[in-house]
Design a protein around this ligand. Structure first.
Ligand code: 2PG
Ligand code: MG
Length: 424
């Protein structure tokens, strides 16, 4: 049992300069945990409610004073001065106290900040690293480190929609996080050179630090990524693979997917993804179809899995019921796990358990709006097969990579074997 002595919130700014929430939980034993929460741009319709002030005269309505007031007021009243058995106990009190399905009363941002700050304080009071404490919260925690999936090129909502798909990611196949990051650096620099040469453009960065030149087409975006890998002196399929987050919910209108100049129905979209998977050796495809196109996801899965993992992000929203539905209909075989989509660690662990039971891959993911907090790295080490943080630029991303380097040094664990290396 631990006694909570105080719970406080405050407003801080995220990587896009927008307000978000930080919570501090203090136990009577003196242990303290801080946590700040991220925020998405390409959000799923089924995500938990991010409470914003809505006052247009301040941060265009994006202020988080109401969420902070939830932490300092009703959440503190619920938790302070009582003894708690553990994470699920506290999360249950937060869920019940809010009382709404989407956490719109206290705000999922307020609730999540407290949920993670509680976990940090608990890790500190037990004298274990956060990843070890988070591992104790789930069945089948991971004993290998998560494989890095790193944003190289950005499009979609993260880059002013200059091209439909949101991310082209690189997946270095080296045997340590240290070596994978060095490889990613070489490819990123080669991609920056290519951006200057091919587009006469400065290598400007999108929300997650990915490069975002004015690609003439989606195929050009993928082709440029393959070229950058080659110019870095590396071989696709042997040293490194490509993956995509299509984020298709955000360019489907009237039942048609708007890709370049084409208007594709679901079957044609699946054909397009199958071709990209073949031509560029994609090892995973996230949100290849829209969150409302449930009926076609099984066909996408039949077409490209197991060569490529079919990951659900907007489709699943880290929601156990949605993961179970997808597992039952064989709509996906990978979960993108973002705790702020659901609002507490315990509910995210439930979604993870459903994905794990279905034999899926689990990618623990950051959001496009992030903070310099690094808890995501610990969460990915404990719960994930892959981690998706964005690019290898910008301190809110690098905080997570640097924490992974630290964990690698301390634990000397090997990296997850996915995807298998093609024998040379
Ligand atoms: C995604 C995420 C992170 P956002 O779609 O996977 O890349 O984007 O946080 O904007 O939802
Ligand atoms: Mg996504």
């Amino acid at each position: 049992m631990v006694r909570v002595e105080s719970v406080r919130g405050r407003e801080i700014l995220d990587s896009r300069g927008r307000p978000t929430v930080l919570a501090r939980v203090r136990f009577a034993c003196g242990a303290v945990g801080d946590a700040s929460v991220p925020s998405g741009a390409s959000t799923g319709a089924a995500e938990a409610h991010e409470l914003r002030d809505g006052d247009p005269s301040r941060y265009r309505g994006l202020g988080c004073r109401k969420a902070v007031a939830s932490i300092d007021g009703p959440i503190a009243r619920q938790l302070v001065g009582r003894d708690w058995a553990g994470q699920s106990d506290v999360d249950r009190a937060l869920i019940d106290g809010d009382g709404t399905v989407e956490k719109s009363c206290w705000g999922a941002n307020a609730i999540l900040a407290v949920s993670i700050a509680f976990a940090r304080a608990a890790a500190s009071s037990s004298g274990v690293p956060l990843h070890a404490h988070l591992a104790s919260l789930v069945p089948a925690p991971r004993s290998v480190l998560p494989r890095l999936t790193i944003n190289l090129f950005s499009g979609g909502k993260h880059a002013g929609q200059q091209v439909a798909i949101q991310d082209v990611l690189i997946v270095p196949l080296a045997g340590s996080i240290d070596e994978c990051l060095a490889m990613a650096f070489d490819v990123y620099q080669a991609a920056a050179d290519l951006t200057r040469r091919r587009y006469a453009a400065r290598p400007l960065r999108a929300d997650e630090g990915g490069l975002a030149p004015p690609f003439p087409s989606t195929d050009a975006m993928l082709g440029d990524a393959a070229d950058a890998v080659r110019s870095a002196g590396l071989t696709l399929g042997r040293d490194l693979c490509l993956a995509v987050d299509v984020a298709a919910s955000h360019f489907r209108e009237g039942g048609l997917y708007h890709v370049d100049d084409d208007r594709l129905d679901s079957a044609a979209m699946i054909d397009r993804i199958a071709r990209w998977t073949r031509d560029f050796g994609l090892v995973s495809v996230e949100d290849g179809l829209s969150e409302s196109d449930w009926e076609h996801w099984p066909e996408l899965c039949r077409t490209i899995a197991p060569a490529a993992t079919v990951i659900g992000d907007d489709l699943l929203c880290t929601n156990r019921a949605r993961v179970e539905r997808a597992a039952q209909s064989r709509a996906a075989n990978g979960l993108l796990l973002k705790v702020n989509q659901i609002g507490t660690l315990t509910e995210a662990a439930d979604a993870r358990r459903a994905a794990h039971d279905a034999g899926w891959q689990i990618t623990v993911s950051a959001r496009s709006g992030e903070t310099e907090d690094d808890w995501l790295a610990d969460l990915a080490v404990a719960w994930g097969d892959q981690i998706k943080v964005g690019s290898i630029t910008q301190s809110e991303r690098l905080a997570k990579y640097n924490r992974l380097l630290e964990i690698e040094r301390e634990t000397r664990r090997p990296l997850h074997a996915w995807p298998a290396r093609v024998p040379s």
